[in-house]
Design a protein around this ligand. Structure first.
Ligand code: COA
Length: 276
């Protein structure tokens, strides 16, 4: 299919895990005052260290890699202590830890369902609570949870992730209400299919694209990572200073129109399981 004529409006991106070599600001370059130092946290310190080196080289800012398992509050607590020791403050928390795969509910083990809930839902609560107690309660801050549209219409093969993210959407509102008086805003971004991501690879994005499935998306294409970064930056920054408890869908209109075709999706799932 020919590229839509407005494709040129897409911000630049790379399809790999590397940083972009150039970037055109769409917000004021000093939106976060003078840029920001970052902490990236996950289970695999080796991968984190490599990513931190790339981010430091690309931005000239400090990027601290910290090994953390969001299912274990004591590891989050240690990471937040280390962050405050190294950087002195925390302004923004992005809850992005998630596990997912395509699997019919009837084949999903009890432990598989529990694991995804523990990472996505418990992990978001654990991290938010630790950061709130140790810093946001007294200084305010912004939390952005990365959500999904899967639960809006009962997406096939996604009962685990859809249930987890639906709980996170509720949590976003609950915490926005309770923590608003402390100057904490809590919002969420719900992406559609985003090229060049682990989720895209795991959830059949390449197969769907090859089959022409994205022509049913109102904007006729997958999104890119920079578009998601722009959404998160909006929610995390003073650009959205009076927005809280909001779930912002950034999916090109995908969930409104894309097919929820169980037999086709089962075909993608069996293709995938051979590769996992
Ligand atoms: N299909 C069905 N079940 C699966 C699965 C798949 N593709 N992958 C894992 N599981 C099940 C396991 O079989 C296990 O259940 P069991 O004990 O009954 O056999 C359960 O999930 C836990 O898996 P395990 O590998 O022990 O847990 P983990 O914590 O190491 O892995 C996952 C977490 C499962 C979410 C893993 O896929 C992961 O870490 N993925 C990387 C992050 C990611 O998915 N990012 C993209 C998000 S869109």
């Amino acid at each position: 299919m020919a590229e839509p004529q407005w494709a040129g409006n897409m911000p630049e991106d790379v399809d790999t895990d590397d940083c972009m070599t150039s970037y055109t600001h769409i917000y004021s370059p000093d939106l976060l005052k003078h840029g920001c130092d970052t902490v990236i946290a996950s289970r695999n310190l080796e991968r984190l260290t490599e990513a931190a080196k790339k981010l430091t080289a690309a931005t000239g800012r400090h990027c601290l890699p910290l090994a953390t398992d969001v299912r274990q509050p004591q590891t989050i607590s240690a990471a937040v202590d280390e962050t405050l020791k190294e950087l002195g403050r925390i302004d923004i928390l992005i809850n992005n830890a998630a596990g997912n795969f395509l699997c019919p509910a009837s084949s999903l083990s009890f432990n598989a369902f529990k694991t995804v809930l523990e990472i996505d839902t418990m992990g978001t609560f654990n991290t938010s609570k630790v950061v709130y107690e140790k810093w946001f309660k007294d200084h305010g801050g912004a939390i952005v949870n990365i959500s999904a549209t899967l639960g809006y219409r009962g997406q096939a093969l996604q009962v685990h992730a859809g249930s987890a993210k639906a709980a996170n959407d509720a949590m976003t509102k609950h915490l926005a209400v309770e923590w608003g008086p402390s100057g904490v805003r809590v919002n969420a971004l719900a992406p559609g299919p985003i090229s060049g991501t682990e989720g895209f690879r795991r959830l059949g994005g390449n197969t769907a694209q090859a089959m022409g499935a994205f022509s049913s998306i109102p904007l006729q294409r997958a999104g890119n990572k920079t578009e998601m970064a722009h959404g998160v930056l909006f929610l995390a920054s003073r650009a959205s200073s009076y927005v809280t408890g909001h779930i912002m869908v950034a999916d090109g209109g995908s969930w409104l129109t894309s097919a929820n075709d169980v037999s086709k999706l089962l075909g993608i799932a069996s293709n995938q399981s051979a590769k996992l």
